[in-house]
Design a protein around this ligand. Structure first.
Ligand code: SF4
Ligand code: SF4
Length: 354
């Protein structure tokens, strides 16, 4: 049972009266081996870490059942990205996007862009354009430099895919994680993004170096390399930008114990590639969320699996219904304090197309 020593009225994380959003990890598969990604065995040629990656994916049938017409009518946005995989590596990614967008759901997809052929991307662009959806293409450098972080991707192929997508008139943003090894290409990449028709260019100053000033890894060739944080000031290269894109559906959630929950602000739950619903991408699979489930007597493999229950029932369940808010009041969730009280997240510098 939850700790009853804190006199806080129950505050639900998800609100059935507002449009829902979902952050969905379609798969834990990926073509790339980014050294700092949790799926990557970075000292072993950047292969997939089989203790974390199980090659699972959600299917079109899962979406037909869980995102039926009624659920889609209550859903404004679905973000397709994830902790362990790239959405376009899911076998039925395109069909899933078409299922959602045909029912009025906007999609935002985050990808390295290295898989599939231009014809596939053209069809994706049509679905995106018709629904006001948005692509975030993650390319961290030009030509051979991109693959120093996006290991195993090919720049020329990514650009061909991007051109096919952009030719449909669909909206795309170029996202660029800054490192010491690619910062000299920042202005050139932004100019190329403008010429190609990307709507915005987003430079990301990562918090990945917060624990150490450098990060060693080994490329598939066996070459040992070191990642280092950037040295330049982004605003001096790109000019003034915005911190992030504003979310039209966001409200100011109650601040409890210093925590202002990002999921509550936009009414957005996280769904893993296994189909398990969580509070957010930071809490999914964590010991902290496991402890909250245990305190509520909830087995997430039974009660929070979208293969087994409707999403509306899962979102109304504990620990989302009240236990999270109780723990914020007790300042008991270290991840929530770090991410949604102290705002320890990547810093984004966003410039719209010139
Ligand atoms: S592209 Fe994304 S999922 Fe794939 S290895 Fe890189 S960060 Fe991880
Ligand atoms: S880290 Fe905690 S407070 Fe932040 S979005 Fe996730 S559940 Fe909400």
């Amino acid at each position: 049972m939850p700790d009853a020593s804190h006199e806080i009225a129950p505050v639900a994380m998800f609100d059935a009266a507002r449009p829902w959003q979902f952050h969905v990890e379609l798969t834990d598969k990926c073509n790339a081996g980014c050294p700092m990604c949790p799926r990557t065995d970075h000292m072993n040629g950047c292969v997939a870490d089989r203790s974390k990656v199980f090659n699972v994916e959600l299917t079109l049938e899962d979406f037909r059942r869980s995102f039926d017409d009624e659920t889609c009518a209550r859903t404004s946005d679905v973000i397709l990205s994830g902790a362990y995989g790239d959405p376009i590596a899911a076998s039925q990614c395109l069909e899933i996007v078409e299922h959602l967008t045909a029912r009025g759901v906007r999609v935002a997809m985050s990808t390295n862009g290295g898989l599939r052929r231009p014809d596939w991307w053209r069809r994706l662009g049509e679905a995106f354009r018709a629904s006001g959806s948005r692509l975030e293409l993650h390319v961290d450098g030009l030509r051979e430099v991109n693959a120093l972080y996006r290991v195993n991707t090919r720049f020329e192929r990514i650009m061909a895919n991007a051109e096919a997508f952009l030719a449909t008139g669909a909206e795309a943003e170029w996202h660029f994680i800054l490192f010491r090894h690619n910062e000299h290409q920042l202005a050139e990449a932004r100019a190329l993004a403008d010429r190609m028709g990307f709507r915005a260019f987003v430079a990301i100053d990562s918090i990945r170096f917060s624990k150490s000033p450098s990060f060693d890894y080994v490329l598939p060739t066996g070459e040992r390399r070191t990642l280092e944080p950037p040295t330049l000031r982004v605003d001096e290269t790109l000019g003034p930008g915005k911190a992030d894109r504003e979310d039209a559906n966001a409200v100011a959630p109650p601040r409890i114990g210093g925590v202002s929950c990002k999921s509550a602000a936009v009414n957005r739950a996280y769904v893993s590639a296994h189909g398990i619903v969580s509070a957010c991408c930071w809490m999914t699979g964590s010991d902290e969320e496991a402890a909250l489930n245990a305190s509520a007597g909830v087995d997430p493999d039974e009660r929070h699996d979208l293969h087994k229950r409707p999403l509306a029932e899962i979102l109304a369940d504990e620990p989302f219904a009240s236990i999270y808010a109780e723990r914020w009041g007790a300042c008991a969730l270290e991840t929530c304090l770090r991410k949604c009280a102290e705002d320890r997240r990547n810093i984004r510098h966003r410039v719209e197309r010139g």
